[in-house]
Design a protein around this ligand. Sequence first.
Ligand code: 13P
Length: 338
Amino acid sequence: MNIKILNEIAVQMVADSKGILAMDESNGTIKKRFDALKIESNEDNRRIYRDMLVTTDSLSNYISGAILFDETINQKTISGDTFPAFLENTGIIPGIKVDTGAKPFSCHKNEKITEGLDNLPERMEKYKTLGAKFAKWRAVITPGDNIPTKACMIANAHALARYASICQEVDIVPIVEPEILMNGSHDINKCFEITNEAQSITFEALDKLDVNFSGIILKPNMVISGTDCEKQASAEEIAELTIKCLANNVPNEVPGIAFLSGGQSDEDASNNLSHINQINTNPWKTTFSYGRALQLEAMKKWNGNNNNIALGRSILNKRAKLNSLAAAGKYNLEMENS
Ligand code: 13P
């Protein structure tokens, strides 16, 4: 493990108000997104779609890194380069999703544990050879009646810590993602309580396994109201509670926090991030690592028709630019129409 290399990569991932493009949907997840638009999910369509994303004009002005799925890291862009080589050439750091998904958690109804530790050291070596400089592992915590349990948070935190340690051994920066789902009728205070506990347990687990905090990126949910909650919190409240939660738990050495969008609308994801950055005075950067909030509109406009590739690229360019402004605290909703 080389702490200097790890820290340099992590710092670069959150520098200059840039963020991360999460384009690492598993084949199951991308099929769901394509199905909703009646796009056939086959290997070639997935490659063409992701080629469209990475060939977007000026992407590296706003995007520091891109998370790939196993299939994509092994594919080539139209230019003939592998995806990681193409990204490197355009100034974007290639990363890889390495968990194998959230599975039912034994003896805990309606809860999930993320798997993928088997053979992870060998897989990590392979991904390093293919060009990955960082990795991602997503733990899923579900709010509901009598859940999440502490057992679920502890088991997921332990897996995140094992994964992070395996990454750091080979100088790959782990993105540590404990996601509290936003589905449900819980209010923002409940989200704060769960997020705070999950982050606390996660950092304790990372510390116990000697993970070096200067060589990780945290990828949390924002603290927000559940989607079915009658009272939806304002961007100001979201920013305040999100920063309070992070300040309670994130060590100063962590270079940055890159939020997931989690199902928020494009506008909310940008607006909330901008408000967070307007009040963040902590040592760590706060930026984005969005999947849906960067891609969905571009995917819709492409719609599986390659005549629409230029349009798809222009939509991604816009969302990447607006989120980069939000990472500097300089986004406002009027910019959507300009
Ligand atoms: P969303 O921004 O769509 O939540 O995806 C981010 C991600 O990488 C989830 O693991």
